[in-house]
Design a protein around this ligand. Structure first.
Ligand SMILES: Nc1ncnc2c1ncn2[C@@H]1O[C@H](COP(=O)(O)OP(=O)(O)O)[C@@H](O)[C@H]1O
Ligand SMILES: [Mg+2]
Length: 353
């Protein structure tokens, strides 16, 4: 194991039961200092439970949690050097935003004057200089969220924890606040563990993503790994739309595998592929539609929908129906047109599960 550095996080074989129900099965994670790692997964998969165990708000049934090289498994929340930004913001409604940010500093023993100075700096950091005297109710949702982030950051924790921090914001604001959080994290270089069920948000903010399903890790990797090389149909579908199709692996050579589907042969990353029957996850925009003459993999357009900057097609093939996104809006194919299916170089992966 590498030397522990401040801000590193390790989960070793964490299990969490609530009575007879096992919410987390044997979870092991290692997070590098200064990175933003997202726990992503459908509702109920155990994201919040994992984050709360890191915060010290829940204790694991077994396993160890190590922050900055120190075993904190049994430590209470206030001795862990982490702070959490809650989905609901959890601001004190009767206190100004400055007092909200200063509160944690004062409770940790800082003199009032110094706490307020640090709180001013915190508000400045999140773009709220001069707003210190406002009550939470006098701020927009996005501004309240920034106060909550400032309040967590001024404590200079080793790790910042964010649980669905954008879910109370409207769609337009979500994009700008997520950019702000990511900018701040990169600028200040702190470690962050971010929880969301939204794959776009996870792709946009993360260095690494851990996808969870039913209390276990389904796959972990960079946003690009997960999108371009999903290990299973669940991941392929969860990380955006995908066509899952049967294929045959006809050759494996080092990093490349050649697959055949209908009469079409194509090279894809081999990963752990074995010869024989397999399944392929194909992104809708990785399929090309060509003229039908002597097509190795023929299909027929069944539906076409013009969506401004792309056209969505449904294509019937011998291997099932495919969903295709074509940026070529200048050429619209009409239903009943016979076409030849081709694959682009990216966005096609052999999947195991
Ligand atoms: N305090 C609790 N008591 C009993 N079951 C719980 C408790 N907290 C969470 N759970 C259960 O654990 C599972 C994971 O919950 P949670 O971590 O909140 O999921 P997520 O945040 O991914 O939506 C769910 O099935 C949930 O009902
Ligand atoms: Mg949750």
């Amino acid at each position: 194991m590498s030397t522990p550095r401040p801000g590193s996080v390790v989960f070793q074989n964490i299990r969490k039961q609530f009575g007879a129900f096992t919410a987390i099965h044997d979870l092991s994670i290692a997070i590098e200092p200064g990175t933003l790692v997202t726990l992503l997964g459908p509702s109920g998969c155990g994201k919040t439970t994992t984050l709360r165990m890191l915060a010290g708000l829940e204790h694991p049934t077994s396993g160890r949690i190590i922050i900055g090289g120190k075993d904190v498994t049994m430590l209470p929340a206030n001795e862990r050097d982490v702070s959490m930004v809650f989905q609901s913001y959890a601001l004190f409604p009767h206190m100004t935003s400055l007092d909200n940010v200063a509160y944690g500093l004062e409770s940790s023993g800082l003199k009032r004057k110094e706490a307020r100075e640090r709180a001013e700096d915190g508000l400045k950091l999140v773009g709220l200089a001069g707003m210190g005297q406002r009550l939470p109710a006098e701020l927009s949702g996005g501004q309240q969220q920034r106060v909550a982030v400032a309040r967590a950051l001024v404590l200079e924790p080793q790790v910042l924890l964010l649980d669905e921090p954008l879910s109370n914001l409207d769609a337009r604001l979500r994009r700008s606040v997520r950019t702000e959080i990511r900018d701040l994290q990169q600028r200040l270089g702190f470690t962050a563990v971010y929880v969301t069920h939204d794959q776009d948000e996870a792709l946009a903010v993360s260095d690494r993503i851990i996808i969870m399903k039913d209390g276990v890790i389904a796959q972990e990797g960079t946003p690009r790994d997960l999108y371009e090389a999903p290990a299973s149909a669940f991941i392929a579908d969860f990380m955006g739309e995908a066509n899952v199709m049967p294929c045959e692996v006809i050759a494996v050579q080092g990093a490349d595998a050649t697959i055949r589907i209908a009469g079409l042969e194509h090279k894809v990353p081999s990963r752990n592929a074995r010869l024989g029957a397999a399944r392929l996850a194909v992104r809708p925009n990785s399929i090309t539609l060509e003229a039908a003459s002597n097509a190795p993999f023929p299909g027929r357009i069944t539906h076409a929908a013009y969506l401004g900057d792309h056209i969505e097609y449904e294509v019937e093939t011998a291997d099932g129906s495919l969903f295709v996104v074509d940026p070529g809006v200048e050429r619209a194919l009409t239903p009943q047109t016979d076409i030849a299916i081709g694959f682009k170089g990216r966005g096609i992966a052999i999947i195991s599960g």
